[in-house]
Design a protein around this ligand. Sequence first.
Ligand code: UD1
Length: 344
Amino acid sequence: MKDRILVTGGTGYIGSHTVVELQNAGYEVVIVDNLSNSSADVVDNIEAVSGIRPAFEKLDCLDFAGLDGVFAKYPGIKAIIHFAASKAVGESVQKPLLYYRNNLVSLINLLELMPKYNVQGIVFSSSCTVYGQPDKLPVTEEAPIKKAESPYGNTKQINEEIIRDTVASGAPVSAILLRYFNPIGAHPSALLGELPNGVPQNLVPYIVQTAIGIREKLSIFGDDYNTPDGTCIRDYINVVDLAKAHVVAIARILEKKQKEKVEVFNIGTGHGLSVLQLVHAFEKATGVKLNYQIAPRRAGDIEQVWADPALANKELGWKAETNIEDTLRSAWNWQLKLRERGIQ
Ligand code: UD1
């Protein structure tokens, strides 16, 4: 029998790509999602891409009894990948309690239910935001955690601590915390991708919406940073590559290959790109000229961060593979497909 994996937030951007890769690797997936930032037709698209329809339960992870019911309905869930979370940095500053409730209580509910249903482990979506502005680059997992810039970032830090404390208390579970850098791009089929609610806050969705004419021009937030061209530097990781990191993390838990009961891995390419470099890479990859202007800095932005992914390369045997042009083309093809489907 195939191992059964619960994926919370499985119809979301990273979740949907991960469900496809899990199914490709032979796992059976149960998705729980409240559809607050995605839609049920993503399940159809997952099926169109992978040829397999995952089980889907529309449910909020805040609903403890509902979650208990999902574990009872799908016996033998071996591990969880927990994506479901609120993720807009700016909104988290306006509505901190919403973010603390959604992001902390969802995880607590899962951790409470895991022993009851003999779930061995959990893979948690963490973020490079926990490093703040690192003192040394590229940043390794050993770098100190800096005070969070937003309630959103704080929920990632607190959730990492909740997991550590739970495992340290002797709970019969193990965990892998994946600290993502900046996930971008879409599935090569153009059937899955990122669908932002309203005006995009993240760079690549804003770029593709500008390129297709939904937005007039991209504002580049600051060109007076202490970087070679003055714009901020990030480590942009292809979403399918990122999804594959989850599959190897799950296998590591189930095959009991973990060296510690809680392990942390940076998931990035190891290369930093500035905002201007990314814009130019987009233009080169797609042949589309982008309208942009330099604007003031955005509050809370980190100047530069990129990963040292050596630990993930060595321990997980995982490496980012897709080049930036292919990744940006995939984001553009997804946007073109959305237009074709009359969505955006
Ligand atoms: C942010 C969060 C990160 C979170 C991620 C997902 C922080 C410090 N980081 O990443 O934790 O996981 O969002 O939502 O809060 N930019 C522009 N113009 C735009 C949009 C962005 O110039 O219209 C620039 C930003 O200044 C930044 C880069 O593009 O330098 C990437 O921005 P973005 O895609 O929003 O990601 P982060 O801020 O790195």
